[in-house]
Design a binder for this molecule. Structure first.
Ligand code: BGC
Length: 392
């Protein structure tokens, strides 16, 4: 694909129209929006690094504010059924919010999405120890790449455009031994925003030593708007008839369980709150839904993994992925002690939900799960799409 790169002045505000289509006047997209990428300063990390915000405006009405710190989606505006766009994701207005609370809001996650038991794995007869940073049920593990994962580094960002589709290429190199993982890992993640309101994420990585890798995005959705109560009324479909049960440390037992006849059966649409308080050991361990579903997608082709709908606004979203699994987390660890982006309002328990496409948690210790090991010479490549829409 031919990609044109937009030159951006690093610290100044600059609007760049990138549409060149014959059907639109003055660069306007199909919905009268002008596709653009705009950059401005966002703040500084505690250790003094400059952080920039890139606003991607899609020709179809979706707008995303992305920062180079962790590739985080700070704001995500999507239209409701009347055409009114509001921000539907959890995030913070400043770096202090991200560095104080660190709930992975909107973040790129790496090297390993979700948990690795006891922060240990053995690869090619060598045991590696990762610093642990999480302990559900009092049992320590490594979560989302460790103490300083890919969510907490400043990525190099290159704005992109291709016709009416705008994008950002985010790149970083994780050095050999980073957070205990072997190999120098070179990572590129590209966000595309299409005129059809699809946010497409392309992940790519190479390594010089064998290493586990499981990249994902931890964006939280609340289709009624950020800081607009909980998400228990959202209707979810998961195209998966199996899930990976966990122990009380939220580590998979290694078994695959059928969802049939359980509160984990989302093969047909269900409102999230409908069965969340059912007496069920898995729901107790997760404090609600915080589990990994194995997708009916064995061949690695882009396939539908999930669908989400909120009836008062009409917002819909489909999640498509090449990945074999999806973590559905309904914000069980969210609290009302955390500020929102709306002045004077805090977030709340289950105020957002994440649908994280990935391989299953703890795969490096689970011989029965698809492998997450990347070897030198191979290229890690996965794609996920969040397709936004509305219905009556
Ligand atoms: C995990 C949760 C965790 C959350 C942190 C999710 O991916 O499944 O257990 O608390 O990330 O934000």
């Amino acid at each position: 694909m031919k990609k044109s790169v937009i030159a951006i002045a690093a610290t100044s505000v600059l609007a760049v129209c990138v549409t060149g289509c014959m059907c639109c006047k003055k660069g306007e997209g199909m919905n009268g929006k002008e596709a653009s990428v705009v950059v401005k300063p966002f703040g500084k990390t505690k250790d003094g690094q400059l952080v920039h915000q890139y606003t991607l405006t899609g020709a179809g009405g979706v707008v995303m504010d992305v920062i180079d710190y962790g590739g985080k989606i700070v704001r995500l505006y999507t239209p409701d059924r009347t055409g009114k766009a509001i921000d539907i994701t959890a995030g913070f207005n400043d770096m202090a919010g991200y560095e104080t609370f660190d709930p992975y809001f909107g973040s790129l996650i790496g090297r390993y999405g979700n948990r690795i038991a006891n922060g240990k794995f053995t690869l090619d007869s060598k045991t590696y120890t990762l610093p642990t940073n999480n302990e559900p049920g009092g049992i320590p593990c490594s979560l989302h790449g460790g103490k300083k994962g890919f969510d907490a580094v400043v990525w190099h960002v290159e704005p992109l455009a291709e016709g009416e589709t705008v994008g950002l290429k985010l790149s970083m190199t994780s050095p050999d031994g980073d957070q205990g993982y072997p190999g120098t890992l070179k990572v590129d993640v590209t966000y595309w925003l299409t005129p059809g309101n699809v946010w497409r994420i392309e992940y790519q990585a190479t390594t010089d030593k064998a290493t586990p890798i499981n990249l994902t995005q931890h964006v939280y959705f609340n289709f009624k708007g950020e800081a607009s109560g909980d998400i228990l009324d959202h209707e979810l479909t998961l195209f998966a008839d199996k899930m990976t049960p966990v122990d009380k440390g939220l580590i998979p037992t290694g078994k695959l369980a059928s969802v049939k006849g359980t509160p984990f059966d989302f093969t047909t649409p269900h409102v999230i709150g409908e069965r969340i308080n059912t007496k069920n050991e898995q729901l107790e361990f997760g404090g609600g839904y915080d589990h990994n579903w194995v997708l009916d997608n064995p061949n690695g082709k882009l396939a539908k993994a999930a669908a989400l709908f909120e009836k008062t606004t009409g917002r819909t979203m489909e999640v498509w992925t090449t990945e074999p699994a999806i973590q559905f987390y309904c914000g069980n660890f969210m609290t009302d002690k955390v500020p929102s982006k709306t002045k004077g309002k805090n977030l709340c328990y289950r105020g957002g939900l994440a649908l994280e496409t990935q391989h299953s948690p703890d795969s490096p210790n689970q011989p029965n799960f698809p492998s997450t090991i990347l070897r030198p010479g191979a290229v890690y490549k996965t794609t996920t799409e969040y397709r936004f829409g509305v219905k009556e």
